[in-house]
Design a protein around this ligand. Structure first.
Ligand SMILES: Cc1ncc(C[n+]2csc(CCOP(=O)(O)OP(=O)(O)O)c2C)c(N)n1
Ligand SMILES: [Mg+2]
Length: 339
């Protein structure tokens, strides 16, 4: 991979990390309401996978979705404002943390019902096939969802109809406070999909392994081979959501994973052999720190959605171009700037 692409992967992972740290802080200051599920520790999964796709490929994910949205290039200001529930958010403040979407970038959410979007991914891939679009659907979900009935329905239908889906299971070992071993009879999750489609584990702490494995899977699906299942082995450092007191594990359990931190490890690897210096990485981190601070300021100073809009878009996703009158763009709206 070229130097600038490698640096871009590093940039995206660091952006997600800083963005999430800032959103946790805002949550604890009650600036962000509702649920907020952090992706800290899992950055290499979304960044590696999404970098291996084409921009026109669809992405659909679960509620732990900040990383996927940012990796697909959604504007950090609009995403942070969405978490704050503000009118300048990517869904005009109507969706919040769990429902990030940007149809122009083929990001189809952000779904809170565990497992349900695996069937939406299957349907989207069926549509792509019917319409003869050269498109793959990449569907991200957690280990917990592989115990749901929908999971097997999605495997079955997509395999039967040879649909272009890449299923990426983020096996972070926990579903809320329950360890995988207490929830599932088959703990090597890739084996659940094996009877249906090509299926294998991949190191979800290694951004390049994720990239290469997803690239191969997407190529196979795009060529008409049908779906592929990948089990990304990873870990979430933070609780299930920011409201989780984490009484089910200790810092000692988390430590070995932190020692393999995907951003730290990738940074070391870049410095070791790609003509990249510590200075290059430090400069990226500095720029991102500033960008995230700006996103927080933008979100904090943006206006609330107008009260009249409360019942709008209940059954449809607001897309930025849908009703321009609802979306203040460009400079901050006057009311916010005056505060
Ligand atoms: C159908 C359904 N059942 C239960 C829940 C409550 N719930 C929300 S997240 C979650 C855990 C899912 O864990 P996993 O799929 O491993 O994803 P992770 O949060 O670890 O990324 C549960 C049980 C839900 N949202 N939907
Ligand atoms: Mg999990």
């Amino acid at each position: 991979m070229q130097k600038d692409r490698l640096l871009e992967l590093y940039r995206q992972m660091y952006l997600i990390r800083r963005f999430e740290e800032a959103s946790a802080e805002a949550y604890f200051q009650a600036q962000i309401r509702g649920f907020c599920h952090l992706y800290v520790g899992e950055e290499a999964v979304a960044v590696g996978a999404i970098a291996a796709l084409r921009d026109t490929d669809h992405i659909i994910t679960h509620y732990r979705d900040h990383g996927h949205a940012l990796a697909r290039g959604m504007d950090p200001n609009a995403v942070m404002a969405e978490l704050y529930g503000k009118a300048t958010g990517s869904s005009l403040g109507h969706g919040g943390s769990m429902h990030l979407a940007d149809t122009r970038r083929h990001v189809w959410g952000g779904w809170a019902i565990v497992g349900a979007h695996q069937l939406l991914a299957t349907g989207m891939a069926w549509a792509a096939k019917q319409l003869q679009e050269d498109r793959v659907v990449c569907c991200f979900f957690g280990d917990g969802s592989t115990n749901q009935g929908e999971f097997f329905e999605a495997l079955n239908m997509s395999a039967l109809w040879k649909l272009p889906v890449v299923f990426v299971c983020e096996n972070n070992e926990y579903g809320m406070g329950t360890h995988l071993r207490k929830a599932t009879a088959v703990t090597d999750l890739y084996r659940k999909a094996e009877p249906y489609m090509p299926s294998k584990p991949v190191d979800g702490m290694d951004v390049l392994a994720m990239h290469d494995t997803v690239a191969e899977a997407a190529e196979y699906a795009r060529a008409g081979g049908g779906p592929v299942f990948l089990e990304a082995l990873c870990y979430r450092y933070r609780g299930h959501s920011t409201a989780d007191p984490e009484i089910y594990r200790t810092e000692e359990d988390v430590k070995p994973w932190r020692e393999r931190d995907p951003i730290e490890a990738f940074g070391q690897r870049l410095i070791a052999g790609n003509g990249i210096g510590d200075k290059d990485l430090a400069l990226i981190r500095k720029r991102i720190d500033r960008q995230v601070d700006e996103a927080v300021t933008f979100a904090a100073e943006s206006p609330q959605p107008p009260m009249e809009s409360a019942y709008k878009y209940v059954y449809s996703t607001p897309v930025p171009d849908y009703d321009p009158a609802d979306r203040p763009t460009g400079a901050l709206p006057k009311a916010a700037a005056q505060r």
